[in-house]
Ligand binder design. Sequence first.
Ligand code: AGP
Length: 610
Amino acid sequence: MCGIVGKISLNPVNNLIIDGLKKLEYRGYDSVGMAIINSNNKLKTLKSAGKIKDFLIKYNSNKIEGNIGIGHTRWATHGIPSDLNAHPILDYNEKIAVVHNGIIENYLDIKNSLIEEGYLFQTDTDTECISNLISFYTRNGNSIMNSIKLTLDKIIGHAAVLVIDEESPDKIFGFKKGFAGSLLIGKKNKEISIASDFDTLKTNSDEYIVLEDYEYFYASKDKIEIFKQNKPRTKTWMKIKGDTEIVSKENYKYFMEKEIHEQSAVFLRNLQGRVDFNEKSIDFTDDFSKLKLEKIERIHLIGMGSSYYACMLGSYWLEKISKIPTQFSTSSEFRYRSPVIENNTLIIPVSQSGETADTLSASNLVKELNISQIAITNSINSELERITNNTIMMRANTEIAVASTKTFMATIEILFMLSIYFAKLKNVNIEKNIIFEELKIIPSYIDNILGNVSEISKLAKKYSINDNFLFLGRGQNLPIAMEGALKLKELSYIHAEGYPAGEMKHGPIALIDENMPVFNIVTEGQYFNKMISNIREIGSRNGKIIVLTNCPDKLDPSWYTDIISFDRTNDLLSPFLSTVCVQLFSMYTAISRKLDIDQPRNLAKSVTVE
Ligand code: AGP
């Protein structure tokens, strides 16, 4: 989703801004722009709809140069992706430029009142009310800093904002309100970098600070001052440690393909230091040593999209393995339904990006209620980590493809391990020998699937002409059916629904005919016979039956159309393997349809608006 970059340097900043924007590309966006104050202290802006490469082609012979500037990748909310609506957005005098992540909920009120004051609006964006509001306040005698503060007070909604102003040509201004993602300020020698993403910031900074809710600031090459409610804030600069990860596609054609193939390594990495196979025990002391969990009586998992389906699966495991009553909700519903959270409840917010607006707001609500929470995230230094203070890291390294794969795998693995951890805490007996033996073997079973993808790719090609799909499962296979349907619609734009197999005859069965392929996850264990009955009902109505199974020898080939099989494990652990199969099926379907695998249309990696 939208990304922000700001730069102050002794050298020209335009290429530095482009480099920063390129690092933000993975978040998903539809237009690009930058504004620079040039050596004559004039504000110059370039922007265009499309990708950074389109922007660079368009402005190949029209460069702007200066030592101070801001840049933006926009994911359209208010107004179509167009040159005009791309950020930076200028005020009506064209002296002030603004880049903004988030949504201003009262923008129409502000716009209408400014129109009455004689202001003109050129774009469809909510952001234009910020640039014009700042302009309005300065025109009425306020300093630029005070105007920024008054604007911050006036707007309702979520905003991470940078501003440059021709009248203050040596400074970048900015503010943060609510949860529209991070705003981080870094420095190295005399160079200031500002970014909405830690990975973007860290390549050019030695140390950094984080802007918090309601804080506003200015930065020049020699000084940075931060305020909240007119009072200066003192911040401790944090060192940026560690190597910068170099992310490439290696020998793969797509990032997603590479990330799917990394999953056994990610799985192993998440076991390290947490699982003791000799003792058959799991320990998260390094992840959340500060929390006392013995008294926990209930768990509530919250997340969005794939993270939500991971929560659903986590709830099945937590109840089944550790016997702790567990709920799961989308963060967006949880936060607004005035949730009743009983004493001794643990909330687990899940977000690979750590920046999903709904999950941040929900987690912040939990924080305000003083309820324990442990986040699961893949993003070091993310806003979610800061809110919860207790984090289990996914150890998946950077995931570039917009659709989650290895981060989903890491999340479900952590939730599985947590279930075993809580079982011990609650003195619940589990089949330790089987579970730990099988946990050890999962990475090689994942590699077995990845070593032989041709069957799945052939099937994906065969079914890629379809317009609709149903995915069915029961028990721990249901969340994978839901995730499979999500992956298929995200990547291939095929309409797909995930359903509990038992629910099928209560409505969706009306859709079944010879044109409806149904993808069924059938594993050996508790649900096997029930699934077979449901599948036979599909066959009786001529639906096309694809079976994803770990027990092909138990199935009668006369009643299914196609089959994908994977290694047999204890039923509880089969989601680790069926996940890889549904990911591959979706990716190869999208490849057959010649679609953009890493950046599907309309999607964003980091969803910073609610
Ligand atoms: C996954 O493939 C999706 N792109 C999307 O559903 C994603 O899982 C969701 O937006 C939540 O993201 P998060 O994990 O970063 O919070």
